[in-house]
Design a protein around this ligand. Structure first.
Ligand code: HEC
Length: 188
């Protein structure tokens, strides 16, 4: 009888010990878990890498899908030009200045390189999508503005840059007759 009671007490304390051991030893914090560093090799997957290859066409979260287009993919209205001008003045004038001649304050005060003028022949002849590519991916020392400027605004900026380019090379015949008359009268 006594040996049986001793036995069961022994059994109970054994269980308690086991439970305690279980509670303490298996505790794992999420912040402190075994993990692979990026690109570290692993024997787990047959191809020897620790990460799975991304499925084709994967887009990182927060990146919009952009349909490639050679030209501004919507009609250029006055609203578009006004939006483009506003965005241009926020994002581009610090380096390219208000007229796009490449004399912005940051450029004049020692940014790594002065940008080219938008009015040189090469950039006047460059297609719209060249500008889109430059704003999206950067160019030389100019950084990418893809994070700050959504695609629609990038095209609006390009429309405004085209207007600036035209303004540097417009002939009197490009100006509507009534506006031309007004300009002529103001000249005198
Ligand atoms: C921080 C300064 C800075 C800002 C802001 C900036 N750019 Fe630039 N950009 C440059 C510099 C510098 C170059 C010349 C880069 C080189 O050749 O290494 C350049 C080059 C360019 C070019 C010519 C690319 C070529 O084909 O040679 C275009 C077009 C252009 N920028 C458009 C823009 C537009 C549009 C914006 C506004 C959305 C903008 N940039 C904002 C500094 C800037």
């Amino acid at each position: 009888m006594t040996s049986m009671r001793r036995n069961s007490r022994c059994w109970k304390s054994g269980m308690v010990l086991l439970l305690l051991a279980g509670l303490t030893s298996c505790r794992q914090y999420m912040a402190d878990q075994p993990l692979y560093k990026p690109y570290r090799e692993s024997g787990f997957f047959p191809d020897g890498t620790s990460a799975r290859p991304l499925p084709e066409g994967t887009i990182p979260q927060g990146f919009e899908r952009i349909e490639p287009s050679a030209n501004i993919p919507f009609p250029v209205t006055m609203d578009v030009l006004q939006r483009g001008r506003e965005r241009f003045e926020i994002f581009c004038t610090p380096c390219h200045d208000h007229l796009g001649t490449g004399q912005g304050m940051a450029a004049r005060r020692g940014f790594r390189l002065s940008p080219p003028s938008f009015h040189i022949d090469r950039l006047r002849a460059a297609p719209d999508d060249h500008f889109f590519d430059v704003i999206t991916n950067g160019s030389g020392v100019m950084p990418s503005y893809a994070y700050q400027i959504p695609a629609h605004d990038r095209w609006a900026i390009i429309a405004y840059v085209r207007a600036l380019q035209l303004s540097f090379n417009a002939a009197p015949a490009d100006v509507p007759a009534d506006v031309l008359r007004k300009l002529e009268s103001e000249k005198q």
